[in-house]
Design a protein around this ligand. Sequence first.
Ligand code: ADP
Length: 464
Amino acid sequence: MEKHFSLGWEEWLSLPELGLPAVLAKIDTGAKTSAIHAAAIEPFGSSDNPQIRFLVYPNPDDEKLEITCSAKVVDRRQVTSSNGDVELRYVIETPLHIGDQVWPIQITLTNRETMAYRMLLGRSAIRDHMIVNPNISCAQPRLSFAAYKKLPRRRPVKRPLRIALLSREAENYSSKRLIEEAQSRGHVVEVINTTRCYMKIGGVMPEIHLDGKVLPTYDAVIPRIGASVTGYGLAVLRQFAATGAFCLNSAASIGASRDKLLAHQILARANIRMPVTTFASSPKDTKDLIDLAGKAPVVVKLLSSTQGKGVILAETQKAALSLVDAFRGLEANFLVQQFVKEAAGSDLRCFVIGNKVVGSIKRTGASGDFRSNLHQGGTAVAVRVTKEERETAKRAVRELGLSVAGVDMLQSAEGPKVLEVNSSPGLEGIEKATGKNLAALVIEYLERNVRPLSRFRDVRQINL
Ligand code: ADP
């Protein structure tokens, strides 16, 4: 026989899986079901895995304390409230903690503003060995709303997240892997075509629309915005950030890393080594531009290049001059760079998450090609990088303000030289070569960084 456990007419409890460390509930044996006062109730997920996202204001005296919760829906039920209204409510199940006891209960979600208590604990949540004494308040230890101030920021959330994947390629390897890993951890991912989104800026709330409907609120956004749509894509990403969603990389940091001139300037300011790089806008300075880059052989790169397509090695001074003139004739934007010969057609790619290098590969170009891009027929093998290489990669990511990125470096005689920091690093080459589950690490990073508190009211704090 279990020892008796007393409950008063009100009790402090916690629902840790919902991220609620302290709630004052009324014990209401007159009601069968338990209920929590929830706002902005939004169902999500598929019909065979329905989820619900909602906001809870645990402290009736502090409207600013707003917690975003989500949980799996276990039922929808007709509930008659004390004033006789019949309401169809979502039902969730979650472990309840009171004093030293923990047991699972079902809770219905209701948005009745008039509820004096944020939660009612009904008969069905009270177990046989529990005795309710309606004459005492709090038979069990009291908690306090101060618990919300101490919420650990880095503890991974356990609740199901509603994640938006901004990509026009739901079917490519990286998208598929991120979706797969997120789903296997209980999250829901919706792929959103960035260029189809349109926005309402300046209304009461920041809104994003798609196909005639306003998009719901997401907990997190994974931007995988194509280089050709960077400008518009980043505006859409800023709008998502304004709704309070956690963005894996901010629009500002993606913008800085995509602008090769700006990225080089930011990295140089931080004393991060890179091949000497020259830029000019006037055609009069062609020769000087090449000389400053250390004379031929030099590498000439179109600023719009990706996958090594616009990267050319000019082996002689004459070739360099005519190449630069040809690009000018086409009004193309380009840079001239010192050729790092000893890299010998190889480069390093370090995959960085947060402040950690989680995987590294060495890529080597097809024979005779100085470019090591996998898209140009290169091959990749997993490598252990040196401490200096690791530190350089982490620093480059940090200086650009990114959280998840791929850093490309050349191994020069003087040490690692950064070529580029990619804010949407592909997963295929590196997962296959290292055998590591990097997609899972990316999702774990999201879980650790999604905010427990909603920040609608502090949109000015969001880093655009
Ligand atoms: P993209 O962004 O188009 O991939 P990169 O700047 O990364 O262009 O260059 C493509 C490849 O060319 C690199 O992976 C590297 O192997 C080679 N490469 C680029 N710049 C240099 C350089 N300055 N010296 C030697 N090799 C280079």
